[in-house]
Design a protein around this ligand. Structure first.
Ligand SMILES: [Mn+2]
Length: 291
């Protein structure tokens, strides 16, 4: 297992100068930095090359995450939205490929966060999402990229809330590079048994996020049984990335999209946040690397 962290722990906007976070991740002992796909479609070639050089020199592997905008909904009823979405992803996949990124995950089968003021039509959206993701998968396959469908909690999405729904979706899509993605923060709300949920994804789990009930760093919550989670991942021989995705800062687009309405960092300075991330990594590795 390789361990990573999502850059947005430190940021209030989607997208950032990732060279800075590559260095930070390496310094703190992580193997992986997860970046956002936001703005990758318009990233200059020079910037891509620079990023690649920096991640190579620090020995950091990159993964990518994304919550598509409503105008990037692969399951949209309007065909022109779907075709624009595929154009967007084609540009993004080119950049991911250039950065040696072979894993992208998130609520890629719809848009995020879902506007629940609009009526929910799960059946038809599901069907369109399956068709859309098949097209997305074919595009990604040309770049050797796995697209991972993240099960999200009921407040953020309605198509895929559980490991069981995710398995059903991925099986219906039936493409080799479409995988299941779980996140302990969402699982904590939706699963009857988190251990069983992980075990049920054997062979199809492509990416794994870790976060506490309060979305703070692993070890800073009150409920998740990390020993059981680690054991279940070992049982299914999971060898992909484990990426922590803490969100503690309020403000900006990250704060409002994630709904962080108070300072969950407890007024931590950047140095203190770095130390906490390092401690959390050691805490998690100590549990997950056993067995
Ligand atoms: Mn996640």
């Amino acid at each position: 297992m390789k361990f990573g962290i999502y850059y947005a722990f430190w940021e209030k906007q989607w997208g950032a100068d990732y060279t800075r976070y590559i260095q930070k991740a390496a310094l703190l002992g992580f193997d992986i930095l997860e970046i956002s796909c936001a703005s990758l479609d318009v990233m200059e070639k020079k910037e891509v090359e620079q990023l690649k050089a920096v991640k190579n020199s620090f020995g950091i592997k990159l993964t990518a995450g994304y919550g598509p905008k409503p105008s990037q909904n692969i399951a949209a009823e309007d065909f022109s939205v779907v075709s624009d979405t595929l154009i967007f992803w084609n540009k993004v996949f080119k950049v991911l490929y250039a950065l040696d990124i072979s894993t992208v995950g998130g609520g890629l089968y719809y848009y995020w966060p879902v506007d629940f003021n609009k009526p929910v039509d799960k059946l038809n959206d599901w069907e369109r999402a399956v068709k859309g993701v098949r097209q997305l998968a074919d595009l990604a396959a040309d770049y050797g990229i796995n697209v991972c469908m993240e099960a999200l909690n009921r407040h953020e999405g309605f198509l895929i809330n559980t490991a069981s729904e995710c398995m059903e979706f991925v099986k219906q899509v039936d493409k080799k590079n479409v995988k299941v993605m779980l996140d302990t923060y969402h699982m904590n709300m939706e699963e009857d048994d988190m251990e069983e949920a992980i075990l049920s994804t054997k062979g199809l789990l492509g990416h794994f996020h870790v976060g506490e009930n309060n979305r703070r760093l692993p070890g800073q919550g009150h409920i998740i049984d990390w020993k059981k989670i680690g054991k279940a991942l070992h049982n299914i021989n999971y060898s992909e990335a484990v990426v922590m995705e803490p969100f503690v800062l309020c403000g900006g687009k990250v704060g409002s999209d994630i709904k962080v309405w108070r300072d969950l960092s407890n007024k931590a300075t950047e140095e203190m946040m770095d130390l906490q991330a390092k401690d959390s990594l050691e805490f998690l590795k100590d549990i997950f690397d056993k067995d």
